[in-house]
Design a protein around this ligand. Structure first.
Ligand SMILES: [Ca+2]
Ligand SMILES: [Ca+2]
Length: 288
């Protein structure tokens, strides 16, 4: 029984139970107590942990579609949690995760780590849930199509990148919300070398993930994550990528997973686009 149903039952109970004697009242209280206990158990059972395969970091999880932070998600995980491993275009296989423990590296000690055996190189996210996290698979599209090139140039100009060099690294087409219409995820990165500079960003450099989708009959371009460098800055240059697009909370809407990396650290964030805008839901990572 779902937590929601139990709460509904809990609310309905006082209405249907006419309490005539103290004995009945005691029985009624016991019943409420039992329901509360059942509800707590259901809560733990309905918690679906999410782990980054590459690092073993625990994002947290979801319960009844709501995002749960790592510390709370870790509590009911006593070890031997059954996970399904997903990549960009397929379910890779199964894995059994250990009990979460603080990450070994000192700079990452605020991360909780779950040991996963036999890591597949294509696996991105391990999810402990019965639903299929990949109900609609992303398709890799032609990165040279003019409409996308124009959209990227326009966006860069809006970010004060003058005379922008459009370098689309990958386009993914996927129906995020399942309404039959495909959305487009455009990944574009431009640094003087193929890899990000070892130290600092240079003017005209950028890396970003854009979402193009139809909102109220009009195509809109939304920045999911990215950095733009318009002058010499002493900040490290980040490279953004989309390693997977998965439904990680079971609401039928796909989340966008964005990985960002610089020369001595990395981060992975799950973006929830079920509202009007895409919002960061859960994140893992560490660096200096
Ligand atoms: Ca759609
Ligand atoms: Ca979802």
């Amino acid at each position: 029984m779902s937590t929601l149903k139990l709460f509904a039952l809990l609310l309905a109970t006082p209405l249907v139970a006419t309490i005539r004697s103290s004995g009945q009242r005691a029985a009624h209280m016991k019943c409420v107590g039992l329901l509360l206990l059942l509800s707590a158990t259901a809560m733990a059972a309905d918690l679906h942990p999410i782990v980054e395969v590459d690092t073993g970091y625990l994002f947290g999880g979801s319960a009844d579609g709501k995002w749960i932070k790592a510390e709370k998600a870790a509590k009911p995980m006593k070890g031997r949690t059954a996970f399904r491993v997903f990549g960009l275009t397929q379910e890779i296989g199964k894995a059994t995760g250990g009990k979460p423990k603080p990450a070994e590296a000192e700079v990452c000690a605020d991360m909780l780590e779950v040991s996963l055996p036999s890591k597949s190189k294509d696996g991105v996210i391990a999810l402990s849930a019965p639903w299929n996290a990949l109900p609609r698979k992303p398709q890799i599209a032609d990165p040279t199509q003019q409409v996308s090139v124009d959209a990227v140039r326009e966006f860069l100009e809006s970010r004060r990148v003058t005379d922008p060099q459009v370098k689309i690294t990958r386009i993914l087409r996927v129906d995020l919300d399942g309404d039959g219409e495909e959305e487009m995820l455009i990944n574009a990165t431009n640094y003087p070398h193929d890899e990000p500079p070892m130290d600092t960003a240079v003017p005209g450099g950028y890396s970003m993930v854009l979402l193009r989708r139809v909102v109220a009959g009009k195509v809109q371009t939304e920045l999911i994550a990215g950095d733009f460098y318009v002058k010499d800055e002493s900040s490290p240059a980040y490279v953004y990528k989309v390693p997977a697009v998965l439904d990680l909370n079971g609401d039928g809407m796909l989340e966008i997973i964005v990985h960002s990396q610089y020369y001595e650290g990395s981060e992975t964030t799950i973006y929830d686009c079920s509202g009007g805008k895409c919002e960061a839901a859960l994140s893992v990572g560490c660096g200096l």
